[in-house]
Design a binder for this molecule. Structure first.
Ligand code: CA
Length: 225
């Protein structure tokens, strides 16, 4: 677990880093908002502990910019005791939790664990859905209209690409690029073959048809022509 701690009080930063590291976290630390934003955008953190009152760029602005850039990393805000307004603003800006200063290390540690747990649960239950077709990425299962559909690894990979790009026409090349890692080989004809297999399992016994051929282009997952 890699964390970023953004805290401008040197003593608090030092002791917190020390204790987090002794708990087994990998920790980067900085003391201003501009550096925090640089760090957060450059590295892949599992969580950010972000003080609101910071020099150069305050924590709420850092958080807003991260969310604007599509960063979903869990953020725990550190706020002053009397600032309810900051807490509301923080949650509105996309914070996952907040902790009121001064706090005990035990409390911080518990909040971080909760944050990490929540994130793991979300990843573990990742679902892709289109109409009555549901793919569970962690259980590696597919259902249509509530019925289990057994797919091979390659069929599953191909369907995942279609689901992630639902209602977007994909060329065979584009599909190939995205499933390259799944052991497909030998030209775009292979895609056609697996599309045929998928159709048999996904569409043959169900309505409406979801896999459509776009002539001269490729394939698309959608409900109508
Ligand atoms: Ca501060």
């Amino acid at each position: 677990m890699k964390l970023l701690l953004v805290e401008d009080e040197p003593d608090l930063q030092e002791i917190t880093v020390k204790r987090l590291r002794s708990d087994g976290y990998i920790v980067d630390a900085c003391g201003d908002g501009v550096t925090a934003l640089d760090f957060a955008l450059a590295a892949n953190y599992d969580g950010i502990i972000l003080d609101i009152m910071l020099p150069q760029l305050d924590g709420l602005s850092v958080l807003r910019q991260l969310r604007t850039k599509g960063q979903t990393v869990p953020v725990l805000l550190l706020t002053a005791r009397d600032s309810i307004e900051d807490r509301v603003k923080g949650l509105d800006a996309g914070a996952d939790d907040y902790l009121i200063k001064p706090f005990s290390y035990a409390e911080l540690s518990a909040r971080i664990r909760a944050l990490m747990r929540r994130q793991t649960t979300e990843i573990a239950s990742e679902m892709l859905q289109y109409e009555d077709l549901v793919m569970d990425l962690s259980a590696r299962t597919v259902k249509r209209d509530g019925k289990n559909i057994v797919l091979t690894q390659r069929e599953f990979a191909l369907l995942e690409v279609l689901l992630r790009n639902k209602e977007i026409v994909l060329t065979r090349d584009k599909i190939e690029q995205q499933i390259y890692d799944f052991g497909f080989e030998g030209g775009s004809n292979v895609i056609d073959v697996y599309i045929r297999y998928l159709r048999k399992k996904i569409d043959q016994d169900f309505k409406p048809k979801l896999i459509h051929t776009v002539r001269g282009t490729g394939y698309v997952l959608r409900t109508g022509d």
